[in-house]
Design a protein around this ligand. Structure first.
Ligand SMILES: [Zn+2]
Length: 283
């Protein structure tokens, strides 16, 4: 029940629906003033970031949570394994990770193009879809299109078009599909945003790019990071376990070493240094 209320707030289609659902949520939990205060102070000001009524104003292709970025972060951490690396080591691991990712990604794309799932096969809709669509558009977009095709067939559904599906995904919604069907027009890859193309038409004028692109600038040289120098230090200072006392102030200022009696040559040298002290005093 609690989740249903919050879902109504987050998935509200319009700003008015959001405000209504938010007031209803606050009324329902009026007995928890600290919760209401938290929502008002920390969640309501950030509503533009997560409420559908606001996020659907932008073309985000369904990316409206941070989990993709978090996954990338955890993948890099898996390559690092621990936190004891030099800067050079970090750079090398990053290069390896991005190379492996790229190879796997290209392999997955090639697989997705060759293996067409039955449900997503454009040939199942011969009157409306270009039969080559599966070789041009990624399965994720075909999934969204097939959902819209089923909505198009449902003649009971006569809701007006809000335009948000097309705005968010760059894929024709079922209202557009109905119009195309009435016009006996086919849906081709040009009806999809380049984001969904296996081969993105980066330089096509339809994409808004110039016809003749200038040569790309030379790649910047990689960072010059060298392996760290091996520095030989004296190491950690050893704990002094001897019972020798620190020299007294008069000994330190006199600058005379006074070996402890009883140590190697201690007695004799102590006698000698005493002698030198007395000679210093007499002179
Ligand atoms: Zn629509």
């Amino acid at each position: 029940m609690r989740h249903a209320k919050i879902k109504q707030v987050v998935y509200a289609q319009t700003e008015e629906a959001f405000e209504t659902a938010y007031s209803a949520l606050k009324t329902k939990y009026a007995d928890q003033p600290s919760l209401i205060e938290y929502l008002d102070q920390h969640k309501y000001p950030k509503r533009h970031g997560f409420v559908k009524a606001f996020t659907s104003r932008y073309r985000h292709f369904g990316h409206c949570v941070t989990s993709q970025g978090e996954r990338g972060h955890s993948e890099l951490k898996a390559y690092l394994q621990n936190n004891r690396h030099t800067l050079l080591d970090l750079k090398d691991r990053w290069v390896v990770m991005s190379r492996v990712f790229r190879v796997n990604y290209q392999k997955d794309l090639a697989l997705a193009r060759d293996r067409v799932y039955h449900d997503l096969n454009a040939k199942r809709w011969p009157d409306l879809l270009n039969p080559k669509l599966n070789q041009q558009i990624v399965p994720e977009a075909m999934k969204l299109l097939v959902q819209q095709l089923h909505l198009m067939k449902d003649e009971v559904n006569q809701r007006p078009c809000s335009g948000s599906f097309e705005r968010v995904n760059g894929i024709p919604c079922y209202h557009t599909l109905r119009t195309l069907r009435a016009l006996k027009s086919m849906v081709g890859c040009e009806d999809f945003h380049p984001h969904w193309h296996f081969q993105r038409p980066v330089a096509s004028p339809a994409d808004g790019a110039a016809r003749h692109l200038p040569a790309p600038p030379p790649a910047p040289p990689g960072p010059t990071i060298f392996a760290p120098h091996r520095v030989v230090t004296r190491g950690r200072t050893r704990k002094d376990r001897s019972t020798r006392r620190d020299p007294s102030q008069f000994e330190a200022t006199a600058g005379i070493a006074r070996p402890r009696p009883g140590r190697l040559g201690g007695e004799r040298s102590a006698v000698r240094s005493l002698a030198s002290l007395t000679s210093l005093a007499s002179s």
